[in-house]
Design a protein. Structure first.
Length: 568
């Protein structure tokens, strides 16, 4: 069988997801079991994977599913706890006091706060926290998920304290062979990785500056009474200001300090600057934009996460809660996330409670683990417990109600993810097979490289995005495709560093259409079955991101003549 046929067949699961979810508007609950079955059949009968390896991949996927659901449960449980302590009412009032304009609220919560959370935790945590918080202050569930998914872009390459670069790119390349070549030019591996980091930061900095504007335009177009792009564009001075408040410190941090802290620093700086600017009305339009009354919303906008008038009572125990005390649990989550990723001792303590599944069914390269305390879900639960005991005189009642409500939502999401993530693991693990052919991700990537030739740089970011769409993780996409991108650059006699950087940027953008990310974010607001509606919208900013990135890379190589290390 030719490599072209392998490449086309490798794309079949992706094509089916697009047809069923976007074209036929099926729910993920209906789509993913079919796609899993097709992927398993391809693995067994085309790639000649053993039944044992396919089975071990499914088990690995189920363990990872538990980890994802643990994060989702933590995010919902914290929100529901705050709902029952009255903190959500205080937070809602606080944002209304900063600005009643929903466009401003979306930028502050989703963009500024969400970018910080992404830098601290990664792995979809920002969307899982931001989406239910937006619902709590009056956003439609579908709109909240859209905003949450759109922040899965610019900060993602440096999410989880730089994991997509430090682990994804670093582990995805043949560091020994490349280091040998670098040594001949008087360079070390660290220099090469830092160059990639700087290029990623610069490309994200340029493209990401306009993301807040894109977000509010999507909000007004799809969830406004007038379905108007113009109403979102009307806030362009403030939106671009908010974009720059994040991307400038973000880019400088990436260039001078490395991959661990750009999103953290950019998020902190943007929150401080943008909130203060909004309070003073700086660049904020005089005309306030809001949604129609909830009674006029289409049913598909609504999720099962409901915040009633009783939940918006700020004085549950007859005393006024301060804005600091209301926000304290979220601030505690952010601090715990940073400490757990930066301080080795604290990290070791949290990871000491870990369930390891090594060499699943004897497959030495297939393993998984579950660290309930280290994962963001555990830290969210800790914050919820602290909130209950400090914010109300009846912590038991608040926690009990929050547990019941959160469990129902997670059980619904679990059914979909049980099929989605195992499908991804089969796809990724297909490189070990009896036919000795390239894995499904590499086969599909090689198809693109052969088809595009010298304009391959234009679609390097698209390959990264497809990897994230499949794997649900830009880190995994970088691990799958970085070496391929490197080899493609060498064969085309262009600088490999910028092509690998384009891979990383595209992989970050691909998180906006990663199926299990959409499912997880939807689950936090109780909106399951509408994944296709979200994907049909998030594909727009994804296309913007990968196209813009491709143009930047093409111009850098063929117009400005960039020749970095290892360029032939």
């Amino acid at each position: 069988m030719s490599q072209t046929i392998y490449g086309l067949l490798a794309l079949l699961p992706i094509v089916l997801c697009g047809i069923f979810l976007i074209g036929l508007q099926w729910s993920a609950k209906r789509t993913m079991p079919i796609v899993l079955a097709v992927t398993a059949a391809l693995a067994l009968f085309v790639w000649d994977m053993t039944l044992n390896r396919v089975s071990s991949s499914i088990i690995q996927g189920m363990v990872i599913t538990v980890s994802v659901l643990w994060i989702v449960f933590g995010a919902i449980f914290l929100l529901n706890t705050l709902k029952h302590t009255g903190a959500i009412a205080v937070i809602r009032a606080g944002f209304t006091n900063v600005s009643p304009d929903r466009r401003v609220q979306a930028i502050i919560i989703a963009w500024c706060f969400g970018c910080f959370l992404e830098g601290a935790a990664g792995f979809g945590t920002a969307a899982a926290i931001a989406a239910p918080l937006l619902v709590a202050i009056g956003f439609p569930a579908l709109g909240a998920v859209l905003m949450g998914m759109m922040i899965q872009s610019t900060p993602v390459s440096f999410g989880a304290v730089g994991t997509p670069i430090v682990i994804g790119v670093n582990k995805g390349l043949d560091t020994v062979a490349i280091s040998t070549q670098l040594a001949q030019q008087g360079l070390e591996w660290g220099d090469f990785l830092q160059l990639i980091t700087s290029q990623v930061a610069i490309m994200h900095g340029v493209i990401g500056t306009f993301m807040p504007l894109f977000m509010v335009m999507m909000l007004t177009r799809f969830f406004g009474k007038n379905k108007s792009w113009k109403e979102g564009f009307a806030i362009w001075p403030f939106a671009i200001f908010a974009g720059l408040a994040f991307t400038l410190p973000y880019t400088l941090t990436g260039i001078f300090l490395g991959p661990e802290f750009p999103s953290l620093v950019g998020g902190l700086v943007s929150v401080a600057i943008v909130v203060n600017a909004a309070k003073r009305g700086f660049l904020v339009p005089k005309t306030t934009w809001d949604f129609e009354p909830q009674k006029n919303w289409p049913s598909e906008w609504l999720g099962k996460l409901v915040v009633s008038k009783e939940d918006l009572t700020p004085n549950v125990d007859g005393k006024k809660m301060s804005i600091f005390m209301a926000w304290f649990p979220y601030l505690l989550v952010a601090l715990l996330l940073v400490f757990s990723r930066v301080f080795a001792g604290f990290k070791a303590f949290l990871t000491s409670v870990t369930l390891d599944f090594k060499s699943v069914l004897g497959e030495t390269d297939i393993s998984a683990d579950f660290s309930p305390l280290y994962l963001p879900g555990g830290l969210l639960l800790i914050s919820a417990l602290v909130a209950a005991f400090f914010q109300t005189k009846k912590p038991g009642s608040a926690l009990n109600s929050a547990f019941k409500e959160s469990s129902k939502t997670v059980l619904s999401a679990g059914f979909v993810l049980i099929f989605t993530i195992p499908m991804v693991r089969i796809f990724i693990n297909s490189g070990v097979n009896l036919s000795d052919v390239a894995s499904m991700p590499v086969a599909s990537a090689e198809l693109f490289a052969g088809a595009f030739g010298n304009v391959f740089p234009l679609i390097s970011a698209t390959i990264g995005a497809l990897g994230a769409f499949i794997a649900g993780s830009n880190t995994v996409s970088n691990m799958m495709f970085s070496q391929f991108q490197y080899e493609a650059a060498i064969s085309l006699r262009i600088s490999p560093s910028i092509i690998i950087a384009a891979q990383a940027v595209g992989a970050a953008a691909g998180n906006m259409i990663a199926i299990h990310n959409v499912v997880a974010a939807s689950a936090t607001v109780g909106l399951l079955g509408m994944e296709g509606a979200t994907l049909r919208r998030t594909i727009l900013p994804t296309l913007y991101y990968v196209l813009f990135c491709g143009i930047i890379v093409m111009a850098t190589i063929y117009i400005f003549g960039f020749q970095g290390p290892l360029a032939p």
